[in-house]
Design a binder for this molecule. Structure first.
Ligand code: FE
Length: 349
């Protein structure tokens, strides 16, 4: 073989390699995720099997993902960003880290109140699973009738009994933002003040700590996301299950506005290089198959219309058929700063 022929063959091979690389790039999705459950793996594999799109995942906590997206800017390889809680999605959105998309499939599958506000350009974030913010109480100290609503947490009847995690944690911020949306600013702030006045102790710990504090008698009433209670119910530690036997669960506001639900959700990243794949992945997440994986993996409820997950723990705690709040979670974005200022004013740590 002479030199020029060898060179030509070399160039052809290089060109072929380039073409393969370009094709391979087209079949890729870069996912930045703050959700990491073993059960999600099967869901991702199914997506790759049916679409041929390989998922590269970057796992970090919510704050880490936001910091990374900001640092990477326009060079970010992120296509889809997955975060937990509407408050965090709203913050990322306000920092310009997402882009709006239009998808008839998502419009049809996911209720509008579980998504960002629609604009002429489309919608940024979309919820793919829901969790209820429920009340747990000690039945030896508190009557069920006195904790039927969030509003009652501010009733002087519950003086010295109420426990929560920090008011500025996203789970509480989102709940408080929808309370303010429902009651208005004046009544909303008065409610927050009433809750502070009823506290058994200064806010501390996570949701599971609040459930345990009710079981131990330190608190009489507390707020928790539904999946933390379901986890204790399913635990193989007898002491965890013993905790659930000492407390009762209420899905609040059943005869009024419905129980506050929050979401785990996703959005297409602002600088997504594989935008079509990203939209395809979001649509896949809304399918009944993926909904079951996504929700059950963390003992959550499905977000898609007409999809019910089969979860014994959620059923056991009365979560099979509760009325959810329909206040748009987009109002969380709108009220977030206001709520933070109210918390400062009423001394809700
Ligand atoms: Fe959580």
């Amino acid at each position: 073989m002479n030199v020029s022929r060898r060179l030509t063959l070399g160039l052809v091979a290089a060109a072929a390699l380039c073409a393969t690389t370009a094709q391979a790039q087209d079949k890729v999705l870069n996912l930045y995720s703050a959700r990491h459950y073993q059960s999600d793996e099967g869901m991702y594999e199914a997506f790759t099997r049916t679409t041929g799109i390989k998922i590269n995942r970057v796992d970090a906590d919510d704050a880490g993902i936001l910091a990374r997206l900001r640092a990477e800017g326009a060079a970010s390889p992120a296509d889809v960003v997955m975060l937990v809680d509407a408050a965090r999605l709203a913050v990322a959105d306000s920092q310009g880290l997402f882009q709006p998309i239009k998808s008839a499939k998502l419009d049809a599958a996911i209720p509008a109140n579980l998504r960002a506000a629609a604009t002429p350009d489309g919608v940024t974030w979309t919820g793919f699973s829901t969790r209820a913010r429920v009340i747990v109480y000690d039945p030896t100290r508190v009557k069920a009738a006195d904790v039927a609503t969030y509003e009652q947490l501010a009733d002087p009847k519950l003086k010295g009994l109420v426990c929560t995690r920090s008011g500025s944690h996203p789970y509480n911020l989102s709940l408080f933002a929808t309370v303010v949306e429902r009651l208005g600013e004046q009544k909303g702030e008065a409610w927050l003040k009433g809750v502070v006045d009823n506290m058994a102790r200064a806010p501390k710990g996570g949701d599971t700590d609040q459930i345990k504090a009710v079981a131990s008698g330190e608190c009489g009433v507390a707020l928790t996301n539904s999946y933390y209670f379901a986890r204790l119910l399913k635990s193989n530690k007898p002491e965890d299950r013993a905790v659930t036997e000492k407390v009762r669960v209420v899905f609040p506001n059943q005869s009024t506005s419905g129980t506050h639900v929050n979401i785990a959700g996703a959005a297409v990243a602002k600088h997504a290089k594989n935008r079509d794949n990203a939209i395809q992945f979001m649509e896949f997440l809304a399918s009944p198959f993926a909904q079951d994986y996504f929700a059950n993996g963390n003992n959550e409820f499905a977000a898609a219309k007409g999809v019910k997950v089969d979860n014994a723990a959620l059923k056991a705690m009365g979560g099979d058929d509760f009325k959810p709040e329909t206040v748009p979670l987009a109002s969380v974005a709108k009220n977030l700063t206001k709520v933070q200022q109210m918390l400062d004013r009423v001394g809700f740590k």
